[in-house]
Design a protein. Structure first.
Length: 296
C-alpha cells in the first residue's frame, strides 16, 4: 500500500505531563484529537517539543501508543526514534515496529562530531534496515547537522522520504525544485513559523511547535498560501508572527507551555530540570498573545 505523502502542517506534539512527570493521558488524547479536528495534515510524535531526550525510555512506548490509538489512522504519523548511534537507533526503533506509524524520524547522532561520510552512512544504514521509511531530522542544535548537498544526496535513497530542515533561510527550495523532489518521492518540511512565505517558495510542509496552540491558524495560512491568496496569507501570517513573538519572552518551550495551557490543551509539558515560566512572564505571554487574537 502506498503511504500518504507528508505535506502541510505536521505539529511536533508536546508531551503532557502530570506533577510526577508521568504521562497525562487524558490531556494527550485531547491534544491529538484537537489537532486532527483542526485540519492538520500529520503528527510528529516524541520530537524536540516533546523533549524526547528527557522522557524516560520506559515512557516512550506509552506516548507512542496513545498518539497512534487516538489518531486512529486519520492522519499520517511520524515517530522520532533518535539515538546516539546506528545500532542504538535501530534497536530503539524495533520497540515500535508493531505500532501503526507511517514513518520514523531520526536526528544524526549529536554527542560527538562525526565526519560527513559517517553521518551519511548512519542515515543510509537506517534507511536500509528500519521497518518504516525514514524522515531525516536536520537541526542546528546538534553537532552533526547535514549540509544541503548531503541532504540532497540522501534524498536519492528510496526509503528516505523526507526531512524536517531547521534553518534560518527559507530559500533552499529554490535550488531544489518541487518537480525534482516529487521525482525522488521526497517531502521537504521546514521547521519554521513562516508558513506563508516558505509555502510560496515551495516548501512541502512545516513542523512548527507553534501549530500546537494554533493549529487552525497554521492550517489557514497553509491553505491561503497554497491558493495564492496573498492578502489572506499575509494577514494570517502576521497574526501567527505576533503570537510567535511571545515565545521569546523566556525559554521557548516554557512560553509554549503557557500558550498550550491557555488553550486548555495541557497543564505542563516540561520534564526536570526544565522550569515553567514565573507568573509575571506567563501573564505577559498570555496578554500579548490575546492581543494577537489567541483565545483561551
Amino acid at each position: 500500500m502506498e503511504l500518504p505523502r507528508l505535506h502541510g502542517i505536521v505539529p511536533p506534539l508536546p508531551t503532557p505531563l502530570l506533577a510526577d512527570e508521568s504521562i497525562d493521558v487524558a490531556a494527550f488524547e485531547k491534544l491529538v484529537d484537537s489537532q486532527i479536528k483542526a485540519g492538520v495534515h500529520g503528527l510528529w510524535v516524541l520530537g524536540t517539543t516533546a523533549r524526547f531526550d528527557l522522557i524516560p525510555d520506559n515512557r516512550w512506548r506509552t506516548i507512542a501508543e496513545i498518539a497512534a490509538k487516538t489518531a486512529d489512522g486519520r492522519v499520517p504519523l511520524v515517530l522520532n526514534i533518535s539515538d546516539q548511534g546506528t545500532t542504538r537507533t535501530l534497536a530503539r526503533a524495533k520497540a515500535f515496529d508493531d505500532l501503526p506509524y507511517d514513518y520514523y524520524a531520526a536526528l544524526p547522532p549529536w554527542y560527538q562530531p562525526m565526519t560527513s561520510a559517517e553521518v551519511v552512512d548512519y542515515f543510509t544504514t537506517l534507511a536500509d534496515q528500519l521497518a518504516k521509511p525514514l524522515v531525516i531530522y536536520n537541526a542546528p542544535w546538534v553537532s552533526n547537522q547535514l549540509s544541503f548537498a548531503h541532504l540532497r544526496q540522501l534524498a536519492d535513497h528510496p526509503r528516505i522520504v523526507g526531512c524536517k530542515d531547521v534553518i534560518s533561510t527559507l530559500t533552499r527550495t529554490l535550488d531544489w525544485s518541487p518537480a525534482e523532489r516529487r521525482a525522488q518521492n521526497f517531502s521537504y518540511l521546514q521547521g519554521t513559523d513562516l508558513v506563508g512565505p516558505a509555502t510560496n517558495l515551495g516548501a512541502d510542509g512545516f513542523v512548527t511547535s507553534l501549530s500546537n496552540p494554533l493549529p487552525e491558524l497554521a492550517v489557514a495560512i497553509w491553505n491561503a498560501a497554497r491558493a495564492n491568496d496573498d492578502t489572506a496569507a499575509f494577514r494570517l501570517q502576521s497574526q501567527f508572527n505576533k503570537v510567535a513573538r511571545t515565545t521569546g519572552f523566556g525559554p521557548m518551550l516554557a512560553c509554549l507551555e503557557v500558550l498550550c495551557r491557555h488553550r486548555g490543551l495541557l497543564r505542563r509539558m516540561l520534564p526536570a530540570p526544565l522550569r515553567s515560566l514565573d507568573s509575571a512572564t506567563a501573564e505577559r505571554v498570555i496578554e500579548e498573545a490575546e492581543k494577537a487574537g489567541l483565545l483561551p
